[in-house]
Design a protein around this ligand. Structure first.
Ligand SMILES: Cc1cc2nc3c(=O)[nH]c(=O)nc-3n(C[C@H](O)[C@H](O)[C@H](O)COP(=O)(O)O)c2cc1C
Length: 310
């Protein structure tokens, strides 16, 4: 018997593959191509208290083994999401993470409180709600993305502390690779009562249009993701996993089941898959099948056998 199942903060996942925020809409956008019931989870597009139109100009640019994005957290706002999107998202047999961004501590707290209140009402009504909040203190593309909070540990502590007070839902804090000290950031999250951490978000990066003699992006810099960042992401996940005992969700450049196995061996409890969704719309479903075949060939019955062995 081979089991791909895993558990994060009391939430059971079918398998370790969670589709990463900003690369999978709210799930339904992919439902014609991929069986969402075969995913471990979906982290929805990053939400802010108020709707956001996103950035002007070029938003996506392909690079060697990766991509740059400057989407700027385009989203309908938390209230519209809860009213019009969440019911559809929880129809699938897959964990639902709400990715929360913010420009001020007040925004984050108010956002977390709205999500938690919705969750409480759904519980009373016996309706399924979201499973976890993924607190994004790491989006490099907009002020409201929270990177201002995600670089220095003590600044991030204030947000994590206040949001922890505002919600009793499982809370995952998403870390930035641009953090000054990734180990200290991970430890701080554990100290402040987070139920887990996820890492990494994109690297602040750049592309210049030499004909126009200016940055390709109106915002100058953009976030780098995809296979190009995988070795660095793996090192950071390893460092974070060694530093804390709460679950670590690893991501950055995962395209194959073997990539995911590396993250699990580095200590990840589960993984997220982002850029690969733009290369193959069915990748989420295929990864679970590929991981099963890998475990069968290697005679591994459960992910616990290989988790954190490095
Ligand atoms: C187009 C795009 C939009 C993204 N939007 C968000 C977002 O709204 N919130 C967030 O936390 N991360 C966002 N991310 C970061 C991804 O969730 C992920 O952390 C990152 O891309 C690294 O994983 P990958 O290399 O598998 O893509 C976005 C990434 C991309 C490529």
């Amino acid at each position: 018997m081979i089991s791909l199942a895993c558990e994060i903060a009391g939430v059971k996942l079918n398998n370790p593959f969670i589709m990463a925020s900003g690369t999978y809409g709210f799930g339904k956008e992919y439902s014609a191509y991929c069986d969402l019931n075969k995913l471990g989870g979906i982290s929805g597009k990053g939400l802010t208290l108020h709707p956001k139109a996103g950035n002007k100009g070029t938003r996506i640019f392909e690079t060697a083994s990766g991509m740059l994005n400057s989407v700027g957290l385009e989203n309908p706002g938390i209230e519209a999401f809860l009213a019009h999107e969440l019911d559809e998202m929880v129809r699938w047999n897959t964990a639902v993470l709400i990715n929360l961004g913010g420009g001020t501590i007040g925004d984050y707290v108010e956002g977390a409180a709205l999500i938690s209140e919705d969750n409480r009402i759904r519980r009373l009504d016996n309706r399924r709600g979201a499973d976890m909040i993924e607190l994004n203190i790491s989006c490099p593309n907009v002020k409201e993305g929270g990177l201002a909070f995600g670089v220095e540990t003590e600044t991030a502590r204030q947000v994590v502390r206040e949001v922890r007070r505002a919600t009793d839902m499982p809370l995952i804090v998403k870390l930035s690779p641009n953090a000054q000290d990734i180990r200290a950031m991970a430890v701080m999250c554990e100290e402040e009562g987070a139920d887990g951490i996820s890492l990494i978000n994109t690297f602040s990066a750049m592309k210049i249009d030499i004909k126009r003699r200016r940055s390709v992006f109106d915002n100058l810099y953009a976030g780098l993701s995809g296979p190009a960042i995988k070795p660095i992401a793996l090192r950071m996940v390893h460092q974070a996993a060694k530093a804390v005992s709460i679950p670590v969700i690893g991501m950055g450049g995962i395209v194959t089941a073997e990539d995911a196995v590396e993250f699990i061996m580095a200590g990840a409890a589960a993984v997220q898959v982002g850029t690969a969704n733009f290369m193959n719309l069915r990748v989420g479903e295929e990864l679970a099948d590929d991981l099963y075949r890998y475990m069968e060939a290697e005679k591994i019955a459960s992910l616990e056998e290989i988790r954190g062995i490095i």
